[in-house]
Design a protein around this ligand. Structure first.
Ligand SMILES: *[C@@H]1O[C@H](CO)[C@@H](O)[C@H](O)[C@H]1NC(C)=O
Ligand SMILES: *[C@@H]1O[C@H](CO)[C@@H](O)[C@H](O)[C@H]1NC(C)=O
Ligand SMILES: *[C@@H]1O[C@H](CO)[C@@H](O)[C@H](O)[C@H]1NC(C)=O
Ligand SMILES: *[C@@H]1O[C@H](CO)[C@@H](O)[C@H](O)[C@H]1NC(C)=O
Length: 286
């Protein structure tokens, strides 16, 4: 029986590896996290002939992040995300690796691409994972629904024309064509971000893609627990129930291990605990 369980676990892990990928939120900007200012920076920039053309987008993402309603418990996630963006700003390898593992622009939505998964393996595995355990990411799947703020009359495919509003096409619904308004988005985010924070991060990035225009509202849910490199793949409830019959409750421990626990993550992850929440907020928003 043990080998059957092992086989199932192996099978699921394999299956999952193919599914995944990710999104990453990192953008860079001069302003947001000044707490790492370093006088060597300008020398490094000169050496690599910095190109400033990407900054407007990065600044806008940071601006969008700060507009979100972050609770005190979510501040470490915001900090890590701003740190990631800042590091992307001078093209630091770990940050580029993380950001590069996911997409920041959805592709092929109108022709039916639902899954925008990025590269799961890149998000979960990095060449420096052994010496640098402080760099921690997680891969999350976000379910996105594109909603319209105003009512749009549904049209048949024949009625869709090139000079009309693309919302007509996104809203279009026939039995033979899957609804275009649902997306599954892979996100590669700092390990300390809980699902509701991941929803905010995904929202800020997606709102700055071409989907952010024309009155689309993004409804985003991260339903499943995210996966981290140092944790065994969580299995679905049915399989857990099955395994627990043979493993006498180990499965229950496994499940709780994977659920979000802010204190644990803040101790072991890169999310740093600070003296008081007020200090942290002041630093982040300065
Ligand atoms: C921010 O979130 C908290 C907790 O979810 C909520 O109580 C508060 O009303 C929210 N504030 C705003 C301005 O949305
Ligand atoms: C990026 O900037 C930080 C300081 O903000 C510095 O510590 C780091 O060495 C720089 N990295 C690269 C690759 O330039
Ligand atoms: C995710 O959760 C939301 C809200 O609970 C629900 O409406 C949605 O159907 C769920 N999506 C999936 C794929 O489970
Ligand atoms: C934010 O994260 C950086 C890098 O992980 C850390 O050095 C810093 O102490 C954190 N700052 C706050 C205010 O939490």
């Amino acid at each position: 029986m043990k080998s059957l369980v092992t086989f199932l676990i192996f099978f699921l892990v394999k299956t999952n590896a193919y599914v995944a990928n990710s999104i990453q939120l990192d953008l860079t900007t001069e302003t947001p996290n000044d707490f790492n200012e370093n006088s060597e920076e300008s020398t490094v920039h000169d050496k690599y002939e910095k190109d400033y053309s990407g900054y407007v987008y990065m600044d806008d993402v940071v601006f969008g992040l700060k507009l979100q309603n972050w609770t005190d418990e979510e501040l470490p996630c915001l900090n890590e995300t701003l740190h990631l963006i800042k590091s992307l700003h001078n093209f630091t390898t770990w940050a580029v690796w993380e950001w590069d593992s996911v997409s920041s622009q959805p592709l092929g939505i109108l022709s039916g691409n639902r899954y925008q998964l990025g590269n799961f393996d890149q998000c979960m595995t990095y060449p420096w994972s052994t010496p640098h355990k402080e760099i921690k990411t997680q891969y999350c799947l976000a379910e996105v629904e594109l909603e319209t703020k105003t009512h749009v009359k549904k049209k048949t495919l024949d009625e869709i024309e090139p000079y009309g509003n693309a919302l007509d096409l996104i809203q279009h619904n026939t039995p033979h064509f899957r609804p275009l308004r649902y997306l599954t988005w892979g996100a590669c985010v700092p390990a300390c971000c809980e699902p509701r924070s991941v929803e905010k991060l995904v929202k800020v990035v997606l709102a700055r893609s071409h989907l952010g225009s024309a009155g689309l509202r993004l409804s985003i849910h991260v339903n499943e627990t995210c996966q981290r490199p140092d944790e065994p793949k969580k299995f679905d409830v049915v399989l857990y129930a099955f395994i627990s019959i043979y493993k006498n409750g180990d499965a229950v421990d496994e499940t709780s291990k994977n659920s979000y626990n802010p204190l644990r993550v803040m101790r072991n992850g890169r999310c740093v605990n600070v003296e008081t929440v007020d200090d942290e907020r002041t630093l982040l928003y300065k």
